[in-house]
Design a protein around this ligand. Structure first.
Ligand code: URA
Length: 438
């Protein structure tokens, strides 16, 4: 006889593995209303303490994925590959990465999120482009990916609705920090894009969701194993998020820096992150045999301006002003610039990504609550990255605000994010700490 839902709850509470059919029934019953919020909360807590094995995590991912619609990209030829970052400060990689990878022949369908707390979101950066729309119907999304090579949209109500409801419960039941639940949450949304391959950028460090390297590696390992068992090609890179990525923080500011990368410029760490992730995507997409070959293709796409052209076409297709790519000064910037100066000379030992991200939220560039709006024009530009030598009075950062009165407290906060030592340290930590996957 079929067990009742309460018996299934007791099964997990007692540490036994649930079958795929049982997990599917629990999620479906929750979505239909016959398994209540308080029962799902109890299940989440049981999972928090008892864990899920890989088969259960695959089953939960698939149950959440099939709670909504899987985008149909069968009309788009080729192996479709996306990237997902667990989020950080100054992480504008998607904006330059997707057009570059698409220019190398790999279609990139991308469903992105908004910033929350100290981490920024791709949609907010894209919406700094005048007219740009991130709400696009799924048929049009497939058309744009087929025609341009990439399209970047926001999550619709049809994509993994179970994740949205379960995440809201996790948020208020202290069950967010649970690796199988994080994996099912991330992968259910990504697999709904209709992709064949996924490259994960698992950030680790002060400004990351996972601050500890052991936990970040454990998350990356489960993401790769579960994604692979779900039938996708998956690679993960563990990348540094102790300091902000690149120099620009804030929406229009970050979009400008991503455009800079498309034109062959940009800070070294941002370029390296883009090339490292892009090379993995191109190999998964079957357009190069090795990451070294893929890097050559990416370098060519930058040098010939192919990535910039794809970005222009994508912006145009999504209702934005494509002229921002050749004329980035068209992007908004707040009128008052204040320079944060080094109090002493020496070497920058660290720049605290979390402190910079929180300062950006206070300035209005990020949101403390999911329903808040963001100011695209304000931003911070880090002038001295870890390892840099500075003299007393040199610029550590520049901030852009609407009024000088807004600046003093922010400038003090940002100054506090820099540690300056008299001796040179080891310089910046390597950007890619580890690679996991096939
Ligand atoms: N990001 C997600 O999408 N889900 C989680 O559970 C955590 C981070």
């Amino acid at each position: 006889m079929e067990r009742s839902l309460v018996e299934l709850l007791a099964k997990k509470r007692d540490g036994d593995a649930l079958s795929a059919a049982e997990i599917a029934r629990l999620v479906q019953s929750y979505m239909e209303g016959s398994f209540a919020d308080y029962q799902m909360s109890a299940l989440l807590m049981a999972i928090f303490f008892r864990g899920l094995d890989d088969a259960e995590t695959v089953a939960l991912t698939e149950a959440m994925l099939h709670s909504g619609r899987v985008l149909d990209l069968s009309s788009v030829p080729g192996t479709k590959v996306d990237k997902h970052s667990t989020g950080g400060v100054g992480d504008k990689v998607s904006l330059c990465l997707a057009p570059l990878v698409a220019a190398c022949g790999v279609p990139v369908p991308m469903v992105s999120g908004r910033g929350l707390g100290h981490t920024g979101g791709t949609l907010d950066k894209l919406e700094a482009i005048p007219g740009f729309r991130t709400e696009i119907a799924s048929e049009r999304f497939a058309e744009i990916v087929a025609k341009v090579g990439t399209c970047m949209i926001g999550q619709t109500r049809e994509i993994a609705p179970a994740d949205k409801r379960i995440y809201a419960l996790r948020d208020v039941t202290a069950t967010v920090e649970c690796i199988p639940l994080i994996v099912a949450s991330i992968l259910s949304k990504k697999l709904a894009e209709g992709i064949d391959g996924l490259v994960l950028d698992v950030k680790v460090g002060r400004g990351a969701f996972m601050k500890d390297e052991t936990r970040a590696r454990a998350l990356a390992e489960v993401l790769v194993r579960v994604g692979t068992r779900a039938g996708k090609k998956v690679v993960a890179l563990l990348t540094d998020m102790d300091a902000p990525l690149g120099c620009a923080v804030g929406n229009a500011n970050e979009t400008r820096e991503a455009i800079d990368v498309l034109h062959g410029g940009g800070p070294a760490d941002l370029v390296e992150c883009t090339l490292a992730l892009g090379a993995e995507m191109i190999v998964l997409g079957g357009k190069a045999a090795t990451t070294a070959d893929a890097r050559r293709l990416l370098a060519q796409a930058i040098a010939r301006g192919d990535g910039a052209r794809v970005f222009e076409k994508m912006i145009d297709a999504q209702g934005g002003d494509p002229r921002v790519v050749s004329e980035p000064t068209r992007l908004t910037v707040a009128p008052v610039e204040v320079v944060v100066r080094a109090p002493v000379g020496g070497f920058v030992a660290s720049v605290d990504a979390l402190a910079i991200g929180l300062a950006a939220v206070v300035m209005g560039a990020g949101r403390a609550r999911a329903d808040a709006t963001v100011d695209h024009a304000v931003g911070i530009s880090v002038c001295a990255k870890p390892g840099a030598e500075v003299g007393a009075g040199d610029a550590l950062a520049r901030i852009h605000v609407h009024a000088a009165a807004d600046a003093a407290a922010i400038a003090e906060r940002i100054g506090g994010a820099f540690v300056i030592r008299p001796e040179p340290g080891h310089g910046p930590s390597p950007l890619v700490r580890e690679r996991l996957g096939a």
